[in-house]
Design a protein around this ligand. Sequence first.
Ligand code: PG9
Length: 622
Amino acid sequence: AANAALAQTPDASMIQLGSDIPAKWKAPEEAYNYVRREVMIPMRDGVKLHTVIMVPNGARELPMLLERTPYDADGFAQKGPLGLRDAVRSANREWVDDGYILVYQDIRGKYGSEGKYVMTRPPIGPLNSTKTDDTTDAWDTIDWLVKNVKEGNQRVGMIGSSYDGWTVTMALRDPHPALKVAAPESPMVDGWMGDDWFHYGAFRQVNLDYFSGQTSKTGKGSNVPRPGADDYQTFLDAGTAGNWAKQHGFDQLGFWNRLAAHPSYDAFWQLQAVDKMMTAKPSNVPTMWLQGLWDQEDMYGAITAWEALKAKGKAGNNHLVMGPWYHSQINRAAERLGPLKWNGDTAADFRRDVLIPFFNTYLKDRKPAEPLAPVMIFNAANKQWDKFADWPGTTQLTPLYLQADSGLAFQVAPAGEDSYVSDPAKPVPFLAPPVSFADHDRWTTWLLQDQRAVATRTDVLSYKTPVLTAPVTLQGAPMADIFAKTTGTDGDFVVKLIDVFPPFVAEQPEMGGYQLAISQDIFRGRYRQSFEHPTAIPAGVVQEYKFRLPTVNYVFKPGHRIMVQIQSSQFPLYDRNPQTFVPNIFFAKPEDFQKATISVQRGAAGASSVLLPVVPASTALK
Ligand code: PG9
C-alpha cells in the first residue's frame, strides 16, 4: 500500500508554486476590541517619530493620553492580546476602563523614531543649536494627533514617569493649546542637584550602566559586563568612575563625555534645569507633580518644579502628590515598600480615585466626586494620605542638635567634637555587600534598608534622642547643618534622619529596633560655598555644610527615637571622594585617595544639627 501511495500523481493542491510567505499578510482584526495604529508623525524639520496609537473599537470623542518615551513605545502597547486592557502596560488599564485613546511615541533618535538622540535634549538655545527640542516635538505631535485621530475629542493629556516625566515637563514649556492636563511622575528635573546623575555634586555610579544601555545603540544597549558579582569590589578596583568608563569604551559616548567634563554646576547643568526653565516661563496647564517619598532615582524633581511654579503664583492648577513609593511605583503594585506595608494598593487606588478624575476634569468635563486637594502627601507612620491646602506645614525649622555621648536634643550642646577616620579604601557601603546594581529589589528599596547595617562602623556617627514620650510631627524639608573640620582638602557628608523603632514591635516582629531612614542625602564638600566654583577645604578649619534633605510628612511616635547618622561615603552608589582636592574627581589619581579624620562639632565651635520642620499639630485638612 505504501508503494501505491508513492506512485500516485500529485494533484495541484499538493504543490506550492512560489513562496509560502504571501507578498503581504493581513491578520484578521475582528477579534480585537481595539485598533493598533503605527504611524510616523512628521516633525517641523521633516524627521518622523514612531508612534503607536491604541484606539478602542467604536471610539468617538475620546481624549488622548500621550506618553513620549526613550524606552520603546512598542513595549508599552503589545501586538498580541485581543483586549486593549491586556495590550497596554498594567498601569494604563484603568485608563482603558475609563475610555481613553492611548498614544505612545518613541522620542527622536530612539527605537523606531528617526533623527538623532541627545540625552534629555536641552532646549533650543545655547546648548542646542538645532531648531527642535522635546518642546517642539511634543507640540508637533499633539498638533498632528488632534488633526488626524478622528476618534479623538481634540484634547490631550500627557503623562509619564522619570525620563517620560521629563518629556512631560518639556511639553509644558510651550504647550500646544490641545494639551489640557499633565502629570509628570518622578520627572528628572535637575540631574546635578538631586535627580539621576549627581546629588549635590556626588556622582551616582549606578548610571554608568544606564549610559551604555541608553546611548550605545538606537535600541536597547547592554549593561557593562562585570569581572565579578560584587559591585562594591568592582568599583573599588576601578578606582574612579572615569577609569571604569575608560576601560569600557565610554569615550565613544557623547553624553558621558559631556557629563565627565562638567562635574560642577556650571552653565551646562544650569541651562537644562527644568525648574529654572519653569520659572522663566511658567505653564498654565493644570499639572499634577508626582513622586515617591523613597524615590531612589528622582527624589528632587517633582517637588522642586512644583515649588518653582508656586513661587510664580501658579497655585490653583498646580498639584503636588508624594506617595509611599519607590521610583515609578505609581505605575506598579504598591501594597508595600520594603518592610513597610500599607492598607491596599496605594498606587492603583490613587490612579483610579485621584489621577484619572483629575485628567477627566479637563479632558471630559467631568467633575471629580470630591474637590482635589492642592497637595497630597502620604504619611507612612500613620499609613494614610494627608491632604493639605498648602505645603510645607511650616517654614520655621527647629534645630535638633548633636550632643555628647551620641545624644540628640532640641537644646544646644556644650562645645565638643566627635571624630572618625574616613578611609577611601574602605568606603561605607550604601547596601550591605555583595551588591549588584542590577538587583532590582535591592535597588528600589535601598533607601529603606535597616541602617543598623552600618551603625556599628567606626566611620559612621549615630546620635539619638531618648525614647520619645510625645509625638514629633514633621511637615516639610529638613536641612542638614553640619559644622566639621577635616585633615583632608575635600570630603563628602552623608546625613540621614532616622526613625528608630521600639525594641519590640508585636505586630511586625522584624521591625523591632529597625532604623528606618525617612530622609537622607549626600553633599560634596568642595561645593559648600558655591555649586559652580568648587574650592578646596582648608585642612583643620571648621566649615559649615548646610543642605536641604528630601521632604517628609512623618510622625515620630511615642516609644520611638529620632536618630541622625553622619558618614563620608555611600559606596558604590556614589563615587568616592579622594579627600584631596583635585580639579575633577572623575580623573583623580590613586595617590589622591587619602584617609582623613573628620571632626564633627557640637556647641560653641559649631552647633551641628538637623533642622526639622516640626509642627505643633498636623496642618492636614480634616
Ligand atoms: N531615572 C531614569 C532616568 C530619567 C532621566 C534621565 C535618565 C534616567 C528613568 O527611570 O527613566
